[in-house]
Design a protein around this ligand. Sequence first.
Ligand code: URP
Ligand code: ZN
Ligand code: ZN
Length: 457
Amino acid sequence: MVIKNGFVVTENDVTQADILIRGSQIAAIGVGLSDDETIDATGKYVLPGGIDVHTHMNLDVGIAVAQDDFYTGTVAAACGGTTAIVDHLGFGPAGCSLDHQIGRYHEYARGKAVIDYGFHGVIQHVDGDVLGMMETLIGQGVTSHKIYMTYSYKIDDAGIYAVLKRAKQLGVMVAVHPENDGVVNARRRELVEQGMTAPRYHAVSRPESCEAEAIFRASQISSAAGDAPLYIVHVSSHLGMQAVKLARRNGQKNIFAETCPQYLLLDDSYYERKDGLKYVLSPPLRRKVNNAQLWEDVIAGDIQTVATDHCPFDLKLKERLGKDDFTKCPNGMPGVELRYPLMFSEGVMKGRISANAFARLCATNPAKLFGLYPKKGVIKEGSDADIVIMNTGCGDTITHDRLHENVDYTPYEGFELSCKIDCVLSRGEVIVKNNSYIGQKARGQFLKRGLPALDAK
Ligand code: URP
Ligand code: ZN
Ligand code: ZN
């Protein structure tokens, strides 16, 4: 197959060229290439397939289970231009081994996933077995692990230090959910005692200071552990980014920051709406001023990746559980299907970032940081032919009924897009056309990831 005459985007260039695909890989990039089967991409952007390194398929949060599984969630991802995910696993039983949840998630994904997928390990306690297993799992393609500084299986500072020291030794990545657990829980109790249980108090209970304190603490522990590789997930506030930048100013080279479209495009005024429970997620939506400040950090290259934290629960369910008390509402929002279109439209089409920066944030940097580069995340000879053809000659309005996510709303209802995905290829196969998934079920392959390349900019 040849993709003819598009604007081919890599992390540094945009060139008008043809792409020759042989089997599952890119065989050549040049001009005048031909083959029997042709896709005409004249006037369109030809982008690397998106990589979303923060999804939660099947996530069990105790009071509910996230509603996308590895079939519905990856179909939605594919329709939105994402051709690989790295999923964050739910907690297993207390005291379980580090490979317990990985085994369980292989079962969840097998027979279902339609795009390629990997797993971050989840560290829910720290002992010699867990630290030992971090090495074993490298051989199984699991080269990053998540720790939580809040929630039921939070890791204390000594544990974080031990994990980061081990990560530095092994060259694996540690992803962290940073929020100050003690303060968040005290505030939740205070608010409930005072009858302040409306959705807006969800944001009040988890202030920016709690995120920033935890980012500061985690990044300084990483310094004490010898500048260990630390990836801060879902940074939602300017204050949080200041902690990231302080660590870098002090010479730390291995601190990486992720944000999500919701923190760039939505704000805490959404909690005032009558459907405010839709937006209950952690960290919460912030004061509007943070949107512009985070865009500045994206533009300056201080934020390395944009992921989604896709974790959908029906509004119906959120309302049933949380209508009288935000603390009873399952936390999380859908987003996996709209990251590519939203970031391209709000970022590139509005002139905030270049097409190259878009590719870096949404594909190349995630691939580098999570051991998938150059197989994934780039349009290059020898890479997998994971490609999105983006049409900028037409607009689109986001409506929930045209999405594939298994949930009864989208947080982005009514947002205008000034681009539209024409088609999506995964390993050389056209899997999405006209907003429909046309590939087989279960065609997705498990990605045995290599060690992170720590040069993502
Ligand atoms: O509210 C959220 N984000 N739920 C998913 C779990 C997490 O904290 O990332
Ligand atoms: Zn989180
Ligand atoms: Zn998450």
